[in-house]
Ligand binder design. Structure first.
Ligand SMILES: [Zn+2]
Length: 315
């Protein structure tokens, strides 16, 4: 069925639009008390970015530019959090699913230049600086130990919320010899500051969460929760000169954050009013109204009907 379109855009107000109207950036600026603001964006670079990633990046730079227009005295920059711990490949051994991360297989190097090219483009267009941070550096932050320790202490409460299928706290560590990690956390054990796991070929291995936080990996809901709390702690920390907010796709808005961020943070005793501002970018939808998905494209070779530039920046 075909519908004709009159080409007129109505911009109806709804929900938050009634409150913020045309000045969402002014509203955001009131949230910050330090004069250095960092806007965080992220991606799992398993292939060249698709159109949705461009929307998130574009919104982040536009938001930073607008903030500086409103208040020229503030310093605003972009932080690209590279989720290089995301899955690159999965293998099953004796009924246990193991995965190798993008950094382990080095698959990230196949497409990373595309992300840098996009960041450079926006930097030039909007006169906004950016920095790139990998998961090792994210996890090296002083706040991580305290948060992970708290999560382990509360894993019986948090596990079933963030992982309703297996009820596990999905912290992962890689076998130091072959790089495999237990995808679903079935072989993980926690004792004091020591997290242990098992590799069929190389036996038991462990990480001390106090001394080697850089080696930790998480699944997406857990990483979202930890990141939220880390940002919240940075924002309250007077020894840090900046405050940080997040911009991400709307598929994480609403129910996801209410159930998987705010309530778990409250269970952990984290003051949820300290959690960072998260601004959601519009989703790019396919003909059926479903989110254009990069992982479906990668996995099942989907969206053959769409122009390739919508799916792969490289083309
Ligand atoms: Zn191994």
């Amino acid at each position: 069925m075909k519908f004709e379109c009159d080409g007129i855009i109505h911009n109806p107000l709804g929900g938050g639009s009634y409150v913020f109207e045309k000045d969402i950036v002014g509203f955001l600026l009131k949230k910050f008390t330090k004069n250095k603001i960092v806007i965080s964006i992220g991606a799992q670079p398993n292939s060249s970015p698709h159109f949705g990633t461009l929307i998130v990046f574009s919104l982040a730079f536009s938001c930073a530019k607008k903030m500086k227009e409103i208040n020229p005295n503030i310093d605003v920059s972009i932080l690209f959090e590279v989720v290089d711990t995301a899955r690159s490949e999965t293998i099953e051994i004796d009924g246990i699913k193991y995965q190798r991360s993008l950094r382990n297989t080095n698959k990230i190097s196949e497409c990373f230049d595309d992300y840098v090219e996009i960041l450079e483009y926006f930097k030039e267009q909007d006169n906004i600086n950016y920095i790139i941070r990998h998961q090792r550096d994210f996890n090296n932050q002083e706040y991580i130990y305290k948060i992970v320790k708290k999560l382990i202490e509360n894993k019986e409460k948090i596990g079933p919320i963030l992982d309703p299928k297996y009820n596990n706290l999905r912290i992962r560590i890689e076998c130091p010899k072959c790089g495999l990690s237990d995808k679903n956390g079935k072989l993980m054990s926690f004792k004091g500051n020591i997290i242990s796991s098992y590799c069929k070929e190389h036996g038991y291995f462990s990480v001390n969460i106090k001394e080697n936080t850089e080696n930790l990996e998480y699944n997406t809901p857990l990483r979202n929760l930890i990141r939220g709390m880390v940002y919240g702690m940075i924002n309250k920390d007077s020894s840090k000169e900046y405050q940080i907010m997040r911009i991400t796709g709307s598929d994480y808005a609403g129910f996801y954050q209410e159930e998987l961020l705010y309530k778990p943070a409250a269970i952990l005793g984290f003051p949820i009013e300290d959690l960072p501002v998260i601004l959601y970018a519009p989703l790019v939808l396919d003909w059926s109204g479903a989110k254009l998905s990069k992982s479906l494209y990668v996995k099942d070779n989907a969206y053959k009907d769409l122009p390739s530039y919508l799916i792969n920046y490289k083309f």
